[in-house]
Design a protein around this ligand. Sequence first.
Ligand code: ZN
Length: 212
Amino acid sequence: MFLGPPGAGKGTQAERLKADLGLTHLSTGDLLRDEVKRGTPLGLEAKRAMDAGELVPDAVVVGMIRDRLVGDAAANYLLDGFPRTIGQAEALDAMLAEKRAPIEHVLLLSVPREELVRRLGGRWLCRNCGKSYHETFAPYGGEPCEATGGKCDLYQRDDDRSDAVANRLNVYEAQTAPLVDHYGGRGLLRRIDGERGQDEVYGQIASAIQGG
Ligand SMILES: [Zn+2]
């Protein structure tokens, strides 16, 4: 399980870890965006909350995760963006007890708030190929779009705009930071310094998982 604020790099590290360990990646952000795209009732409810930088209600998120977790008993999962509240963590504890599946590792990616603001505020996505760019760290250089061959059509997700960024970080601190104690108390939590370069962060993660 990855814990950490928005912008800490959970998604990037999760992609790499998933490929190396053959894990099934459950990203609530991706699952929710998929519901929004398909315009389901759950998606509409989720969109309203995400646009305002609020957390999607626990019942919606837990239901969505339960569908996936219960569906495949054999898989090893990587949870990214879930749980986000104590309520979700308790629901997860109950689901896992039912499946007799333990949580093996909880990795907390720590990044200072000023750095998160810098990272989140500059993110742009291509409407066509989905590729992500950043004003400071990975600016778009005019290269051809992988989907259309023309220029990428860049936009900012509503929840990446600056007022929504501040709100997302406040919500994280109020609702998700308490999970550090929830898992820390069980001796499962490992802190990862998310301010380093991507390879170094991944090295810390790999050694935490190998018990190093
Ligand atoms: Zn593109």
